[in-house]
Ligand binder design. Structure first.
Ligand code: SF4
Length: 344
């Protein structure tokens, strides 16, 4: 179902409340599980769907930040409304549901400190009956809610149709909960569920995996490692940027030569984390900078969605057809020119 094409101005801000405290504050040193994820070097880029550390890096540094469009903001809000609704219903039916269970931990590695954050949408304990064994740990289940479109809704529960990124996130939460918050002697995490809510029609499907603490540990450790790598790159970048700004002040803009500027740009570009190409690269806001391996560059190619639709129309003679949130034009013209084959 395509989004409505209308000329009515979006009155989102009049009808929805912006939360005063958001998880994703994008403060250096504070990293949310969904921003870091775990590596998928073994996966075909077409199957890997992020997060990409290079993309996350751009969120934390002061570049010409794009104000989030009302379309994207509205999309998130629809997800929040769905989440709140489902969590309320679940809590009403089972008092041992603990919606939005927050997680935080201060990590210190040789003096490098950072805080990791997360939130489990729906952890629940089994409601006990007299048939249960009093000496056995209480079974626990964790559910992560995802809003999906017709395009992203999974087909079935087979391994091939499970999104590794979504399961990584819920696996990290599971390991974190069982090893830092609860005692495994009294609680047993049985399985991990990713529940998909189709936002166009409230169709809801679940994918479930058994929990394995050893396998989860590998993913959790990788997540921590990635958080430290990203933190180091961002702090390095900010240090050079400060040096650059101080030097510019000291020397004065008139005497600051192109060579001097260039040498700082090279050092800043070197702070970029490696590319982690994946399924959604062509929709990534940073794809232009990423292809050129630059942070600041006035020549970096940039085109808006509307411009890309025009390229598409001029070259193919066809109108850009809506498919999910993006137009068909993105499949081949996401960089403003025809992308060949499987290039991302
Ligand atoms: S284009 Fe792909 S590899 Fe580059 S920053 Fe975006 S998601 Fe990462």
């Amino acid at each position: 179902m395509p989004p409505p094409r209308t000329i009515l101005p979006n009155k989102y801000l009049d009808y929805f409340v912006i939360r005063p405290y958001e998880w994703h504050q994008n403060k250096i040193g504070y990293y949310h599980v969904s921003q870091i994820g775990s590596s998928h070097a073994n996966l075909d880029p077409k199957k890997h769907s992020g997060p990409c550390l290079r993309d996350t890096f751009f969120i934390f540094i002061p570049i010409d930040k794009k104000i989030q469009s009302l379309l994207t903001t509205g999309n998130f809000e629809v997800g929040n409304i769905f989440h709140g609704h489902v969590e309320d219903i679940k809590k009403t039916n089972n008092p041992f549901h603990f919606p939005e269970f927050p997680l935080q931990r201060l990590m210190d590695r040789n003096g490098q400190k950072l805080i990791i954050l997360g939130s489990i949408d729906l952890p629940r304990q089994k409601i006990l009956t007299f048939k249960d064994n009093a000496n056995k740990p209480i079974p626990i289940h964790i559910t992560d809610l995802k809003t999906a479109s017709e395009f992203t809704f999974p087909y079935d529960n087979s391994e091939d149709n499970q999104n590794p990124t979504h399961f990584d996130q819920v696996t990290i939460y599971g390991f974190w909960l069982m090893n830092y918050y609860l005692r495994r002697k009294y609680n047993r995490l049985v399985d991990l569920t990713v529940a998909y809510l189709n936002k166009h029609e409230a169709y809801t499907g679940e994918q479930v995996r058994k929990y394995n603490n050893e396998a989860a540990k590998v993913i959790f450790v990788d997540f921590i490692k990635r958080a430290f790598i990203l933190d180091k790159k961002i702090r390095q970048f900010m240090k050079i940027l400060k040096e650059y700004e101080n030097k510019l002040l000291k020397v004065g803009p008139d005497k600051f030569t192109d060579e001097m500027r260039e040498s700082y740009h090279i050092r800043l570009n070197n702070c970029l984390p490696d590319r982690e190409p994946h399924h959604w690269c062509k929709y990534c806001d940073n794809r232009f900078r990423c292809r050129d391996n630059v942070v600041y560059d006035c020549d970096v190619r940039k085109y808006s969605i509307e411009e890309i639709e025009v390229f598409y129309k001029n070259e193919t003679g066809k109108n850009a057809i809506w498919r999910g949130k993006h137009t068909k034009a993105f499949d081949s013209y996401s960089y403003g020119f025809k992308v060949e084959g499987d290039e991302l």
